[in-house]
Write a protein of this length. Structure first.
Length: 313
């Protein structure tokens, strides 16, 4: 067992990290996860080593990284909240990068975001930009993988679009809904990350899927797959945000933020890069139409209920 290469994944019991872990274990790689949620259901059993993501103890964090050929970093937060903030996530990730450098990790594969360097007025993008720069200067060989929208088991955006379509009489797009996005399946994202783990030199890639949609087209496509008839109507961005605020207490979550709306409307979730995978959202949604959107997927719930699996929250 100890002769196998060691790869470390942050958040292997979560979303993207789980797909990375599945594919690494299929390659007979030794996998260790660093996680803030060690009590989540573990589908990997004793094949997965579990250690804490000890941002508060950098020396222990460095020890947990010793011997790793690759570190796959999926750690981040979606919005500022009383329980988590962009600033804290940036500071913690810099601690992780420094610990990886001290531990002699061979390569870091880091999840960023499309157009991370072109929207510093938005906190999410500013934080991702800052971390890309920190990674480039930490002294470890690296790959930066930049997704826009991911879908698949346990996703939030596509699932919750379907949830709204199932539960509300109409669907409002922010503005005219003509801005574009190219969703990528989470397993294709994981495969891309592993591919870049084995490349030489410092690399980067936009992580987009084989299908592109205008946002309003995506909503109508999902409605058609679900077999529901809903009016898809343009609404002012501010009004859409406040409707979301009204829904927040019902679902005990933050449905969407002003920054997410702004990024969506600027087209920051689109790229003209070649498709990184072959899984079409339309095919996947059709295969999972009976389950898609049946329950609301809660970002805050996943941060609070750390002993439950993502796909149950």
């Amino acid at each position: 067992m100890t002769d196998r290469p060691l790869h470390i994944v942050t958040g292997a019991l979560g979303y993207t990290g789980r797909s990375v872990t599945e594919q690494l274990l299929a390659r007979a790689v030794r996998v260790r996860t660093l996680t803030n949620s060690p009590n989540r259901p573990n589908p990997f059993g004793d094949k997965l080593e579990i250690l804490p993501l000890a941002f508060g103890d950098p020396d222990a964090l460095a020890r947990s990284l010793e011997g790793a050929e690759v570190l796959y970093n999926t750690y981040w937060v979606r919005f500022n909240h009383a329980l988590f903030t962009f600033d804290r996530a940036v500071a913690s990730t810099k601690i992780l990068f420094d610990a990886a450098a001290r531990a002699g990790v061979g390569r870091i594969v880091h999840v960023s975001i499309l157009h991370a360097r072109s929207a510093d007025d938005l906190g999410y993008y500013k934080g991702k930009h800052e971390l890309e720069v920190a990674l480039e200067t930490c002294g470890v060989g690296h790959a930066i993988v930049r997704p826009g929208v991911l879908f698949g088991r346990g996703d939030i955006l596509v699932n919750n679009i379907a949830w709204v379509l199932r539960h509300l009489p109409l669907f409002g797009t922010f503005g005219d809904g003509g801005y574009r996005l190219r969703p990528l399946h989470v397993d294709d994202m994981a495969a891309l990350m592993i591919d870049h783990a084995h490349r030489t030199g410092n690399t980067h890639a936009d992580a987009v899927g084989p299908e592109g949609f205008e946002y309003r087209e995506l909503v109508r496509t999902i409605a058609g797959i679900l077999g529901v008839r809903r009016a898809v109507v343009p609404v002012p961005a501010g009004l859409g945000y406040w409707v979301g605020k009204l829904v927040n207490p019902i679902v005990k979550d933050v449905v969407i933020t002003r920054e997410e709306i702004e990024g969506l409307m600027r087209g920051l979730l689109d790229s003209d890069a070649p498709g990184a995978g072959n899984t079409k959202l339309t095919d996947w949604a059709a295969e999972h139409r009976e389950q898609l959107g049946r329950r609301y997927a809660s970002e805050v719930g996943r941060r609070v209920k750390r002993d439950e699996g993502y796909d149950a929250i």
